[in-house]
Write a protein that binds this ligand. Structure first.
Ligand code: NAP
Length: 244
């Protein structure tokens, strides 16, 4: 998609990759609806980028909040909808509390599904729906966090919607490797090939301007993990056992 003059609803614009993506889309001439739960960073971003952008606070995990936001956007009024909204709780799957796990599923999976379900009404025909997975969802790794399982669900959801929504909606899956944001600042391990949010935003924009379903980066990391995914379990599990 050429984003010049397009109206894009971007959830997750208050921080990290979403904030960098908002700046990159603004540079391309898009009209943005900037969303997240926290209002102050969105208002500051709009002050920086210009009043032709709009701030719309939403919590994708809260149905009432999402319905309210949807109602304020007219049917067929958007060219693209993108959500980066997710939460992250590092730690071993074996150690996570069930309440924390449930919250992860509610935001990362149910929030993405609820946002995606609004797409047929809000997008014009041929509009784009961008969903954020993660390379963490490619394969279950030891110490891989329950977050990884939530992202595996999001990847599966995007694959299904890509076909179910075609040709009316162009569904895209965005799979970042490590990006330096508040989310990864929680990690206490080495993060190979980590990049800055503006590099991620430029890779995303480049990918969304092509026709590819999945936008994944950096390739040095993503291709290695894709190979792991394709191996038979006797080989892949032998490799992941070494990481334990
Ligand atoms: N950073 C990485 O290395 C990395 C790697 C792979 C995938 N990803 C994925 O990339 C996406 C962005 O991650 P990030 O690193 O940029 O994280 P981030 O800096 O924490 O940004 C997350 C954004 O989502 C918003 N958000 C969280 N919960 C929300 C909710 N319930 N409703 C609406 N908005 C919500 C946050 O704003 P509020 O808190 O104000 O709501 C924030 O704007 C996520 O989907 C993440 O899983 C990141």
């Amino acid at each position: 998609m050429d984003f010049s003059g397009k109206t894009v609803w971007l959830v997750g614009a208050s921080s990290g990759i979403g904030e960098a993506l908002a700046r990159a889309l603004h540079e391309k001439g898009a009209h943005l609806i900037l969303s997240a739960r926290s209002e102050a960073p969105l208002v500051a971003l709009r002050a920086e980028l210009g009043d032709h952008h709009r701030v719309l606070c939403v919590d994708v995990a809260d149905r009432e909040s999402l319905s309210h936001a949807e109602a304020s956007l007219g049917p067929g009024s958007l060219d693209a909808m993108i959500t980066t909204a997710a939460i992250y709780d590092p730690g071993r799957v074996a150690d996570i509390g069930l309440e924390a796990a449930e919250q992860l599923l509610i935001v990362n999976v149910m929030g993405t599904l609820a946002f995606a379900k609004a797409a047929p009404r809000l997008l014009r025909k041929g509009g784009m729906l961008g969903i954020f997975g993660s390379v963490a969802g490619y394969f279950g790794l030891p110490k891989g966090q329950f977050y990884s399982a939530s992202k595996a669900a999001v990847i599966n959801l995007a694959q299904t919607l890509r076909v179910e929504y075609a040709p009316q909606i162009d569904v895209r899956l965005i799979s970042p490797g490590f990006v330096n944001t508040r989310l990864t600042q929680k990690n206490d391990f080495d993060m190979p090939f980590i990049i800055e949010p503006d590099e991620a935003a430029s890779a995303i924009l480049h990918g969304l301007q092509s026709n590819r379903f999945e936008v994944h980066f950096p390739k040095k990391l993503t291709y290695g993990l894709k190979v792991l995914q394709m191996l038979p379990y006797w080989a892949s599990l032998r490799l992941t056992k070494r990481m334990n």
